[in-house]
Design a protein around this ligand. Structure first.
Ligand code: ATP
Length: 194
C-alpha cells in the first residue's frame, strides 16, 4: 500500500519550500492549498458555497475569496459550513490523485491545515516544519508584503506549534535551509525503508 506522508507547518515555516525540494527528488507531492483553490472554481462548488451566504459572494462567475474570508472570519458557523463543502471535495480530489500514484512507496500531502482539518488522521507519518514565531512573521511580511497584524491574524486560527509537535513523527527546525534539506534527505531515507 502506498503510504501517505503529511507535511505541514505554521504560516511562514517553510513547508512549501520543503515540499518543492521533496518533489525535486521525484516523490509525488500533493499541494492541498493549490487543489482547494482549483476546486473552488468548480461551478458546482461555486453554487454550493453561494448557497450558505446571504450576501453575494460571486464576482465574474468566480467566488470572491477575500469576501468569503471576511465573512467566515466573524462567523465560526459559516466557516464550519464552508469547510463542510471544501474539505470533502479536497478529500475526494486527493483520493483520485492517490489512485494515479499507487506505484509509489509513499506520497507526500502538503497542507497548511493538516491538523486543523483533521486530515492528519489519514496520514501514516507526519512531518512538521517549524521555525520560531518571530522568524515566521518576518518571512511572511517579506514574502507577501503584509504587515505584522495581518500575519498575527492569520496565525490565530492555527494550532500551536507545541500541539502540532506532539502528534508529529518528524520535526524539521527550519532556520538554516541547508541543514533542513539534509534532515529531509535523512527522513526520506527512513521513509523508503517503510
Ligand atoms: P505559508 O503557510 O504562508 O504558505 P510556508 O510554510 O509554505 O508558508 P514558504 O512559503 O515555504 O512557507 O516560506 C516562507 C518564506 O520564507 C518564503 O519566502 C521562503 O523562500 C522563505 N524561507 C523558507 N525557508 C527558509 C529558510 N530556512 N531560511 C530563510 N528563508 C526561508
Amino acid at each position: 500500500m502506498t503510504k501517505i506522508i503529511g507535511l505541514t507547518g505554521g504560516i511562514g515555516s517553510g513547508k512549501s519550500t520543503i515540499a518543492e525540494y521533496i518533489r525535486s527528488k521525484g516523490i509525488p507531492v500533493y499541494i492541498a492549498d493549490d487543489q482547494a483553490k482549483a476546486i473552488m472554481e468548480d461551478p458546482g462548488i461555486v453554487k454550493k458555497v453561494q448557497d450558505i451566504f446571504v450576501e453575494n459572494v460571486i464576482e465574474n462567475d468566480k467566488l470572491n475569496r477575500k469576501k468569503i474570508a471576511e465573512l467566515v472570519f466573524s462567523s465560526p458557523k459559516l466557516l464550519e459550513k464552508l469547510n463542510g463543502i471544501i474539505h470533502p471535495a479536497v478529500k475526494e480530489n486527493f483520493d483520485n490523485w492517490l489512485k494515479n500514484n499507487i506505484k509509489s512507496n509513499f506520497v507526500v500531502k502538503e497542507a497548511a491545515i493538516l491538523f486543523e482539518s483533521g486530515s492528519y488522521k489519514d496520514c501514516d507519518k507526519i512531518i512538521l516544519v517549524t521555525a520560531p514565531q518571530e522568524v515566521r512573521i518576518e518571512r511572511v511580511i517579506k514574502r507577501d508584503g503584509v504587515d505584522r497584524e495581518q500575519v498575527l491574524e492569520r496565525m490565530k486560527n492555527q494550532w500551536t506549534e507545541e500541539k502540532k509537535a506532539e502528534i508529529s513523527d518528524y520535526i524539521i527546525e527550519n532556520t538554516d535551509l541547508a541543514s533542513s534539506l539534509r534532515k529531509v534527505d535523512l527522513i526520506l531515507k527512513e521513509l523508503n525503508k517503510m
